[in-house]
Design a binder for this molecule. Structure first.
Ligand code: GCU
Length: 592
């Protein structure tokens, strides 16, 4: 059995890596055609579609022929968007949905064409004009395939099979506390690039130095070393690099950019040009590091006034994906007085990351290793590594992202410790410019000394330890909050990365009765947690769980929840609960 698992692991790794022709920031390229809009769709509950060859999108060619499917004239779905919120019958759907659309193209023999998916949950298979172009697993990171050889002049037929079934060896796996939205959740782009194009780049401050911009550029498709020009006009910086035989070039250049910080989120327009390929981006320059128990932003200690957000617009009952959605979420993040957001529990769409950067909000970003993961299965480590690579690949130039997190609330075991410490090491290898973290709920409490402690090899391996603890909700306070002591990761910065409790907006009752689901109970719970947090010597940030009420099939109380996790500081209609004002006052009391 083990041999078979190992074989599968290798197969998965090879499949996914071959499929990935990686591309950095297609939004910054010149020729990008959006394929968003209404797509035809077929719900394939029994998963017969691939054996029926739906991807051929056939029509009858003779009177005696029947074809028992057709794209068009039936269900249509908006792309981007989850399918669950587009049709009442699909609210709880988990399985295969086939999407199809045609698009016109004009082939240019001197250019290369790619199809880019910003995010498809959970698994995708893509065909163009009847030919398989690739498959991808992972619901929250982008992928793309080169289609140069398959693209036709005129009409092209694009078919995507999406499957959002949960799976034992998935990331996340069989149970998680959010809606299992499936579909083509984010943008689909047709991207055209020259034969030799900028495939990847990193442009950031050299770690710990505010006067040196360093990074690297990779040019794909070049047959010989290429000149690449990096320009940051506002810094009067123009530097031409020459790639090596592999297409790579690294650089360091002296510069004194204004440093990005929450109070002044300065970004610089940047271009990279090679031949007739031009990529544009906006870069925020800042340093982030730890020193003992402090987190230093641009060399100065910073307290992370945060909040957790899911990628969901509750008023619309669906996944967030647009600039307007990002603005709506960030508006409430900044209204709460936050300079920090944890985009739980998966890489959220690029627009939210860019909006946070513009708004001066630092980001903790994570892959969806959430609670029950099959760490003993080698395939799972390969999948996690791929998701980590794709997350860092996409967002490494987002200065607002200060921390990559590898896990949320996982149980210590030999397998789990090995997988997570390997992911921590890989994160550091992929990106030496940021902090590495994880969120832990396996906190011990000693009644005799009223002290919380944590003994965990993974906590020892990260820079920043996140603690999730629902005192006053899942467990009562074990003592007077003022008496509680914390001795967790005493030599590292600790962030209270999740705390809180549920309340139904407009439900009023006693602040002492938890099962009232009253705003007053939630308000008092927040007050008690904040009193306790005064006693945490290495506390360097807080992120209450959660900004908005959000949908979850695990929340089954018909009156109080009805499929909603009610821990929001705001209701699913954006109404601020009493606890919101407690957090607002706390953050306002902390010096900017
Ligand atoms: C956990 C978990 C969250 C979950 C929350 C809750 O800590 O990280 O994803 O929603 O607790 O129970 O509400």
């Amino acid at each position: 059995m083990r041999a078979l698992i190992v074989l599968c692991a290798c197969f998965f790794a090879v499949t996914n890596l071959i499929a990935q022709s990686f591309m950095m920031n297609p939004y910054g390229c010149a020729e990008v055609q959006s394929l968003n809009g209404k797509w035809n769709a077929i719900v394939d509950i029994f998963g017969k579609g691939e054996s029926m060859k739906l991807y051929q999108n056939r029509r009858p060619t003779k009177d005696t022929e029947i074809v028992e499917y057709a794209f068009g004239g039936g269900l249509t779905l908006d792309v981007p968007g989850d399918f669950n919120s587009q049709s009442a019958e699909l609210k709880y759907y988990e399985g295969n949905v086939w999407y199809q659309r045609t698009f016109a193209a004009k082939k240019n023999p001197n250019r290369r064409q790619f199809i880019y998916f910003a995010g498809v949950s959970y698994e995708a298979a893509v065909w163009l004009n009847g030919a398989l172009v690739g498959r991808h697993e992972g619901g929250f990171t982008p992928f793309q395939f080169e289609i140069t050889k398959l693209l036709k002049d005129g009409g092209n037929d694009l078919v995507v099979m999406v499957n959002n079934s949960r799976r034992v060896d998935g990331i996340p796996a069989m149970v998680f506390d959010w809606w299992n939205y499936g579909g083509i959740l984010r943008d689909v782009l047709l991207v055209e690039r020259p034969q030799a194009y900028v495939q990847d780049y990193l442009v950031q401050l050299k770690r710990g130095q505010t006067g040196v911009i360093a990074g690297r550029v990779t040019v794909a498709g070049a047959t010989k070393p290429q000149p690449v020009t990096l320009s940051i006009p506002e810094l009067r910086l123009q530097k031409t690099l020459t790639t090596d035989e592999r297409g790579d070039a690294t650089f360091e250049v002296e510069a004194r950019p204004q440093l990005w910080e929450p109070a002044s989120p300065k970004t610089y327009a940047m271009t990279l040009r090679t031949g007739d390929d031009l990529v544009r981006d906006e870069i925020a320059f800042r340093t982030i590091e730890t020193r003992g128990t402090d987190i230093l932003l641009n060399g100065k200690p910073v307290f992370l006034k945060g909040v957790n957000v899911h990628e969901e617009i509750p008023q619309r009952l669906g996944r967030a994906h647009s600039d307007a959605d990002a603005a709506a979420i960030l508006k409430e993040v900044t209204a709460l007085g936050c300079n920090f957001v944890r985009t739980a529990h998966y890489p959220q769409n690029e627009r939210i990351c860019r909006a946070a950067e513009k708004a001066g909000v630092m980001i903790w970003e994570e892959i969806p290793i959430w609670q029950g993961i099959e760490f003993s299965n080698p395939v799972v480590l390969k999948k996690a590594e791929t998701m980590l690579r794709e997350m860092i690949y996409r967002d490494k130039n987002r200065g607002a992202i200060i921390l990559w997190s590898v896990a949320n609330e996982t149980r210590p075991s030999d397998f789990r410790d090995k997988v997570l410490t390997e992911l921590v090491a890989l994160t550091r290898k992929l990106d030496a410019t940021r902090l590495v973290g994880a969120a832990f709920d396996n906190i011990d409490y000693d009644q005799a000394t009223s002290t919380f402690t944590l003994k965990d090899r993974v906590a020892d391996a990260v820079d920043v330890v996140g603690v999730n603890r629902y005192l006053g909700w899942y467990k009562p306070f074990p003592a007077d909050p003022k008496q509680l002591k914390w001795n967790v990761a005493p030599k590292q910065p600790m962030i209270f990365s999740e705390f809180g409790g549920e309340a139904l907006f407009g439900r009023h009752g006693s602040p002492e009765i938890a099962h009232s689901w009253s705003e007053e109970y939630q308000e008092e719970l927040y007050r008690k947690n904040l009193v306790m947090l005064r006693n945490v010597p290495n506390l360097r940030g807080t992120a209450p769980w959660v900004l908005f009420d959000f949908r979850s099939p695990t929340r089954m109380h018909p009156q109080n929840q009805d499929g909603w996790n009610r821990k929001g500081l705001l209701s699913d209609q954006g109404q601020r609960k009493k606890a919101w004002y407690v957090m607002k006052a706390y953050y306002d009391s902390i010096a900017k």
